[in-house]
Ligand binder design. Sequence first.
Ligand code: GLN
Length: 380
Amino acid sequence: IISKLPQVGTTIFTTMSALSAQVGAINLSQGFPDYECSPQLVELVNQAMKDGYNQYAPMAGNKALRDEISLKVQKLHKATYNPDTEITITAGGTQGIFTTISAVIQPSDEVIVFEPAYDSYAPTIKIMGGVVKSLELEPANNYRIDWNMVKKLVTNRTRLIILNSPHNPTATILHQEDIEQLSAIVRSQDILILSDEVYEHLIYDGEVHHSMARYPELKERSFIVASFGKLFHATGWKVGYCLAPAHLMTEFRKVHQYLVFSVNSPVQQAIAQYLKDEDTYLSLPAFFQQKRDYFRKGLAETKFELLPSYGSYFQSVKYGHLNQEFDTEFAMRLTREAGVACIPTSAFYTRGTDHKVLRFCFAKKQETLDDAVNRLLDFK
Ligand code: GLN
């Protein structure tokens, strides 16, 4: 057959996690915790199964869960989303991204993507026949978005801009100034926004998460994608959600109903109960900031150069002053020789740009972080 994605192989996350397992390394590559999620949450899932939540959930998702999400977004961002028409439960963040892109992108529509970018965006755009217009950001100026460059990328075929804050893999966040510049660009244009906010509560040093939900003129054109796997340390449950104004959500659901129809029912019912206590998510910045600070302190003793980490559960380092190996080669050697797996950042650029930056996930037990740092200290 003629491949729709001739350039695509197996994702870097699967590749590095497999290599890590094969050589018995500490896996700081793919982003997931190595500690258990809340026993209370597990109990709630068991209870939901016992209570008979074992058949199809409604297509849009469990009603109690959509109600809780609506309350949460109202409380956090003073934004109103109607649970009946503007919130849909998805099988994780990646499905929300795929569904959004397939609902709005027609062949030859252009999508502006900031790179490095989560690896699903570009292939999904291409499957739909869309055109990726990427703007490469660089570690040298801390991955700041130059909005004048964005303006130059906009044409009359620009249909969508994809944003991600807190950002995977760079751990940067959007600031008020970015919001203003973005608003000025999309204002009076027929451009939609896909805002990947799966790390919404993983934001540090008291910074505010600038959700698109907070800004009415952005909200009205945005699909916001979120993930309970990231929030509640249960990436394997694959449950997340999408927010969008009703006219956009109608299109989203047209695809959603044929892609998954509906999502894991007992987990939805459990999360609906769990979300009633706002501490379950308001405690996350402090929880992860402690891990970030601990890991950074350890890494500071190694030969690597640390980049800032303002949000997400990722910490990147530069190694270009140590050697000039291509980052993928270097990451694989580090996995084999030091026994610590990471993600090479070139995997997040469609052109494979190599700034000699590696991404580590710090959503790990303290002893795992200790072990990893010790191994990196010994690495020659
Ligand atoms: N979001 C996770 C990461 O960036 C991985 C997701 C995946 O493996 N598809 O590591």
